[in-house]
Design a binder for this molecule. Structure first.
Ligand SMILES: Nc1nc2c(c(=O)[nH]1)N[C@H]1C(S)=C(S)[C@@H](COP(=O)(O)O)O[C@H]1N2
Ligand SMILES: [Mo]
Length: 324
């Protein structure tokens, strides 16, 4: 992978500011439960167009204080919707970040089916309606690509642990393998991707069960744009972006470390774990800093992408330089 695309112009303040205002007031205790009041305030403060995510609104529940305690506070500006949906890595459609959205425009994501199999007591296949009915939350996470750019994305989704629990993993299961939909007819440029398809990824079971690990079905309050991995994708915020596999059709519980696409393509550059680590350089560039899309300059990259308090214990005793 390389980051050869032109710089994204810093976006106008409208979309993310609108969203922030709306969420801020929805969370404020004074207005809690009064959606009309919220709407009124929102209009009064934000006489601007709604975020241009054209997806369908997804209902979410507020997280309880206990759940929220697991989450680090994130006081960073959200990346504009246009940047999140216009600067993409989705090699099945194009290796050009700015071309993905148009090429994925007609990707059929409904009907969809997601199969969970392997070392589970209850193998299951979910259709899209079933997936969208799972109680969802909103989680704003940093997102750091191994290429050196980053975003802050307000996802909608549910913890992967919820989905895995429904299939009841067997005690021998140690890892989880994921697979992306693949159809050359719908992805005619995929022959230029330079990677074997379908795209596959994997996690250790404890990483998969961690409360920060999400299956995202939306962003900015609405269903995912195709280019972001509709209708459902993995989000693992403390790992480089390529771990967050898109448009998932299959999840398999296994007792071995599963193969992953970027490691197969280039084992010297991409490891199974790929935790964000500013101290371990990629063979061809430093990972110490990152370019936040929509901002000028660069900023420091944080250990585990800023989620060390939540996840460092998963890697206790592991040499993070060797087991990258
Ligand atoms: N199936 C699939 N999933 C994928 C990719 C891909 O090419 N194909 N690219 C990965 C990489 S390198 C990144 S950085 C993120 C980009 O997600 P975004 O376009 O939603 O920002 O998706 C990841 N998931
Ligand atoms: Mo990436």
């Amino acid at each position: 992978m390389s980051d050869s695309s032109p710089k994204i112009p810093s976006s106008e303040i409208t979309p993310e500011a609108t969203f922030l205002n709306r969420r801020f007031f929805m969370k404020s205790s004074i207005w809690a439960g009064t959606s009309l009041a919220t709407a009124g305030i929102y209009r009064a403060f934000s006489p601007r167009p709604e975020v241009v995510n054209t997806g369908t609104e997804i209902a979410t529940v507020a997280e309880t204080a206990g759940e929220a305690a697991e989450l680090p506070v994130l006081n960073e500006k959200l990346t504009a919707f246009d940047d999140i949906a216009g600067y993409n890595n989705f090699y099945e459609f194009s290796t050009s970040k700015s071309a993905v959205a148009a090429k994925a425009k007609n990707f059929i994501t409904n009907p969809w089916s997601l199969q969970i199999d392997g070392l589970v007591n209850q193998p299951r296949t979910f259709d899209l309606d079933e997936l969208l009915k799972i109680e969802s939350v909103e989680r704003t996470y940093r997102f750091r690509c191994v290429e050196g750019w980053s975003m802050v994305i307000p996802w909608v989704g549910f913890p992967l642990s919820k989905l895995l629990s429904m299939a009841d993993p067997k005690s021998q299961a140690t890892h989880v393998a994921f697979e992306t939909y693949y159809d050359i007819k719908q992805m005619p440029d995929s022959g230029y991707a330079g990677i074997d398809l379908p795209y596959v990824e994997g996690l250790r079971l404890d990483e998969a069960m961690h409360p920060l690990t999400l299956m995202a079905t939306g962003l900015y309050g609405k269903t995912l744009p195709n280019q972001n991995g509709a209708p459902i994708r993995l989000v693992v915020p403390w790992k480089y972006g390529f771990k967050s596999i898109k448009s998932v059709v299959k999840i398999t519980l296994t007792d071995k470390e599963p193969p992953i696409t970027w490691n197969l393509a280039n084992p010297n550059e991409y490891g199974f774990y790929s935790n964000v680590n500013p101290e371990v350089s990629h063979p061809r560039w430093s990972q110490a800093r990152e370019r936040r899309i929509g901002e000028g300059g660069t900023r420091e990259t944080l250990m585990f992408n800023g989620y060390a308090d939540q996840v460092a214990h998963l890697y206790a005793g592991m040499d993070l330089r060797v087991n990258y």
